[in-house]
Design a protein around this ligand. Structure first.
Ligand code: FAD
Length: 437
């Protein structure tokens, strides 16, 4: 097994998730990434096979993972994955809480782990210094670096290549990762237990979809901002829930849109969603120790409706539970239990949409003899309304040419876009009821 096999079985068949784990586990560090974040060989491959065996692109054995991690049967139609508890939480430190994408819980827990000596660093995602609009994964070893990496980066980047740094270091580490990346990390446990053993915690991000590397860049350009003038770019900047936000080198702050980030992302996912993401069936990072997502207080009534600026947590492993308990005992975080029956309908809906969209595509690919990832399970059938939703995505794919993308972005960021968004919200309020938890 060598890089050539990875190239043939995964990359050239359109199955690469661009997660970067192949480079992260390569003992001789000869895998680099091209402009579009696809791996390329840059040196002599020693045929150790680590890259091929850890790659989540072509195959993930979900039933095996579920058995080994949770001693549970895998159910492909289960929207949440194996979940022991749900929580709504925030760190007590307001500087961390307010800087986070949701409630700053990931950053809060990482800082807590580092400051209490439970980890020696964490693989997180910051921005490149020379191109401050390009995400990069790195090993943060100070609380300051962890804090600087807060916030979601809605853009594909091979961030798991930072695992290479763990190989050279002694100690225990946490890794923040997307669902696809976690599938690779779990494979690593069998392939290279030495390296995997250094990972004490895996924090997962809920993930509807991720954007091609140029998605947000074209959004910046559609706002007539030159990339060379950018000092800072945030995907969720300018106050919560935030949105695409540029700070120019001359200090000028420019929000790229007035429309709510959720609605902007709904369009961006359809225009720039990565093809491999459309084949992924894991929306809630089902194999993390703890998975994190947005908590929208206005989805709730009663005391939950008062919990602004919080993160939603799916606790999956005992390791994750102990960490939360310790952080509560040490008065570092505030943790509210969320009964399973009050799971966020918005999140469940997102997971349902992602799964049914993917199952539909996987079935079509199978029928047409096109390459597809093997998840070792029977693909469940979608309902007719879910199929209709999937069709809507396919119709949108007709608008993914560079020209039509540009036009749609121009409209999205214009007063017409604001008007169309209002109409869409009215439609949703009439037909989708989330506000009844
Ligand atoms: C591509 C993507 C899609 C998402 N989709 C959804 C969704 O549909 N629904 C939902 O509820 N939540 C989604 N999330 C998660 C959500 O945006 C927040 O990241 C999550 O709620 C944690 O918030 P926080 O304030 O606790 O985290 P913070 O304290 O802000 O910390 C976020 C951590 O995530 C790391 N990180 C940021 N971007 C990435 C990345 N691309 N890959 C790996 N690590 C990263 C950062 O380095 C930081 O350590 C998504 C996140 C991403 C990156």
């Amino acid at each position: 097994m060598n890089f050539e096999e990875l190239q043939q079985k995964v990359i050239s068949r359109g199955l690469c998730a661009r997660c970067g784990i192949c480079a992260g586990v390569c003992p001789v560090q000869v895998i680099r990434f091209n402009e579009e974040s696809f791996p390329v060989l840059d040196g002599r491959c020693t045929s150790c096979g680590f890259c091929t065996q850890c790659c989540p692109g072509g195959e993930v054995d979900f039933p095996k993972l579920s058995r080994e991690m949770f001693n549970a049967e895998y159910d492909p139609s289960d929207l949440q994955g194996y979940t022991e508890n749900l929580f709504v939480a925030h760190p007590y430190d307001d500087t961390i809480r307010l800087a986070g994408a949701s409630g700053g819980m990931i950053t809060g827990l990482l800082v807590y782990l580092l400051e209490t000596g439970k980890i020696d660093g964490a693989v997180v995602v910051g921005m490149e210094t020379d191109q401050p609009y390009r995400p990069k994964g790195f090993l943060a070893v100070t609380a300051e670096d962890i804090r600087d990496a807060a916030q979601s980066k809605y853009c594909l980047a091979p961030t798991m290549k930072a695992l290479g740094e763990l190989r050279r270091k002694k100690g225990k580490f946490a890794v923040v990762a997307l669902p696809c990346q976690i599938h690779g990390l779990r494979k690593l446990e069998e392939v290279d237990p030495g390296l995997a053993g250094k990972i004490a915690y895996i924090f997962g991000l809920y993930c509807n979809c991720n954007l091609d590397p140029n998605g947000h860049v074209e959004a910046i350009e559609a706002n007539n901002i030159e990339l060379k003038d950018i000092a800072r770019f945030d995907f969720r900047g300018g106050g919560w829930p935030g949105g695409f936000h540029v700070v120019k080198k001359d200090g000028e702050k420019i929000p790229l849109h007035t429309i709510n980030i959720k609605n902007v992302m709904n369009v961006m996912f359809r225009l720039y969603g990565a093809e491999r993401c459309y084949l992924c069936t894991d929306a809630l990072a089902e194999y993390a120790d703890l998975s994190f997502g947005d908590f929208w207080a206005f989805d709730y009534t009663g005391s939950l409706a008062q919990l602004e600026r919080c993160t939603l947590i799916s606790q999956r492993t005992q390791r994750g539970m102990h960490l939360l308990q310790q952080a509560v005992e040490d008065k570092f975080i505030s943790l509210h239990s969320l009964p399973m029956e009050r799971a966020s309908k918005r999140i469940l809906n997102m997971s349902r949409g992602k799964k049914s969209r993917s199952y539909e595509r996987l079935r079509k690919r199978k029928k047409n003899g096109r390459p597809l990832p093997d998840y070792h399970c029977i693909l469940p059938l979608s309902s007719s309304s879910e199929r209709l939703k999937g069709l809507e995505y396919q119709i949108f794919s007709l608008f993914r040419s560079p020209f039509t993308r540009k036009i749609i972005l121009k409209i999205l960021f214009s007063p017409l876009g604001v008007f169309l968004n209002r109409l869409n919200i009215m439609r949703k309020n009439m037909f989708c009821r989330y506000h009844d938890n």
